[in-house]
Design a protein around this ligand. Structure first.
Ligand SMILES: Cc1ncc(COP(=O)(O)O)c(C=O)c1O
Length: 286
């Protein structure tokens, strides 16, 4: 169940009561899942990399053929929503819908409490269940109608995959292509360490260009960690020294089991810890 919102702000209206209805019943984001959104973490009232998230929102809206969002207005709205709260640690969503029949776009900012338990999960490490998508590794990037790299409000498949992973006794899912190539998780990117090299699936696979992924790539290069991206079969991850995921909300999350099998030593590894520390350093520099 989604947590009770802390704040809601709407373009053209400012901060409003989050308990009041907002969207029209015939908004296409509701009827067809044709809306764009972003999710970012807020640290003591400061959103991380809001500029990059808004840029990605603009790109998602372009691919979805939504009216172009007012990015400057949305950035002010983020500040307004957070200004109505007392320096929260929270999750912030920016949503852009086309409205009814493509008219009357709605932009809003929703702030919700940060779910608990991430630090405990990080300390123990999580289990992933790999789930296959009926899609070839090379297909998405050549098929704009499959919305490669787009954050649309059609996340029902991603949520269903997480539910299936939980049914299998895991914490989260790992999407594989038709050929068994590792892609990403329903709400995060995936990484693994093999022979001292940090690997992550290439953006050419049509995965989401995570803001956290970008932050970690820069941090790894700066730290002199050898880095590679490419197409990796699931078994490369199963045999890796370390696996971890990255996302704005969960940050760096070590993976200690994949499909019921132990990964590496079965405990969170040093590279994941270094990357988490690097992410927090980047947060402290905003
Ligand atoms: C499918 C998918 N991949 C990756 C990510 C990680 O992206 P970010 O680091 O920008 O949160 C997300 C975030 O929600 C996602 O939904």
């Amino acid at each position: 169940m989604p947590a009770t919102p802390l704040a809601l702000a709407v373009l053209g209206r400012g901060v409003v009561d989050p308990a009041q209805p907002l969207l029209r019943a015939d908004d296409e984001a509701v009827l067809r899942g044709r809306g764009a959104f972003e999710t970012m973490r807020v640290y003591a009232g400061v959103p991380f990399r809001v500029d990059l998230h808004l840029r990605r929102l603009g790109e998602s809206a372009r691919v979805l053929e939504l009216p172009p969002p007012d990015l400057a207005g949305l950035e002010r709205l983020v500040a307004e929503a957070l200004g109505s709260l007392d320096r929260p640690d929270a999750v912030l969503r920016v949503v852009w819908t086309p409205g009814a029949g493509g008219d009357g776009s709605i932009g809003f900012v929703l702030v919700t409490p940060l779910p608990g338990g991430f630090d405990e999960m990080r300390a123990r490490g999580i289990e992933l269940a790999s789930l296959q998508l009926a899609i070839g590794a090379a297909t998405r990037s050549e098929a704009p109608w499959l919305l490669p790299g787009v954050k649309s409000t059609s996340y029902a498949v991603n949520m269903a995959a997480q539910a299936e992973a939980r049914r299998r006794g895991a914490d989260d899912a790992l999407f594989l292509s038709l050929e068994g190539i590792a892609l990403e998780c329903p709400t995060s990117n995936i990484w693994f360490v093999e022979d001292g090299v940090l690997h992550t699936p290439a953006l050419e696979l049509g995965i989401l260009a995570g803001v956290t992924r970008e932050t970690l790539v820069a941090a790894a290069l700066e730290a002199g960690i050898r880095l590679a991206d490419g197409e990796y079969p699931r078994d490369r991850l199963a045999g890796a020294a370390e696996v971890f995921t990255s996302s704005s909300v969960r940050e760096v999350m070590p993976v200690v089991r994949l499909d019921g099998e132990t990964v590496g030593d079965g405990v969170p590894g040093p590279v994941a810890a270094r990357m988490q520390a690097a992410l927090r350093l980047a947060v402290s520099q905003i």
